[in-house]
Design a protein around this ligand. Structure first.
Ligand SMILES: [Zn+2]
Length: 116
């Protein structure tokens, strides 16, 4: 029985190793696909502070927005929304712009979320 989707199947002992390899590949692909869909469904790119506050209050999840990198600015964001910077991508996500909270230059977008 697969523990990820509860599907049961019988397999003869002969050829079991090959069958298990195929099933493990399928389990890996299914779990990865589910995780990617969950991440995409729960990530929202916001363009303004008003939108940031609204999405954080209504939908939550991850918010992608520009951030100036200043600790005092993050403290104000946390004070107003309980959200903090969760991920600062190291590569591939550089989208320079303005900080969603204070408008100062933002070298790249970052991921915000509430802590629980
Ligand atoms: Zn800022």
């Amino acid at each position: 029985m697969r523990r990820d989707n509860r599907e049961k199947a019988s397999t003869p002992l002969a050829g079991l190793a090959g069958r298990v390899r195929v099933l493990l590949d399928a389990v890996q692909a299914d779990l990865l696909g589910r995780a990617r869909k969950f991440l995409a469904d729960n990530t929202t790119r916001v363009a303004s502070w008003a939108e940031f506050k609204q999405v954080m209050a209504d939908k939550r999840g991850f918010l992608v927005a520009g951030w100036c990198g200043e600790p005092d600015c993050e403290a104000k964001i946390k004070e107003e929304t309980k959200a903090t910077v969760r991920v600062i991508p190291l590569e591939g996500h550089a989208r320079p712009g303005a900080c969603v909270r204070c408008g100062r230059p933002s070298p790249q977008e970052v991921y915000f979320a509430q802590a629980y």
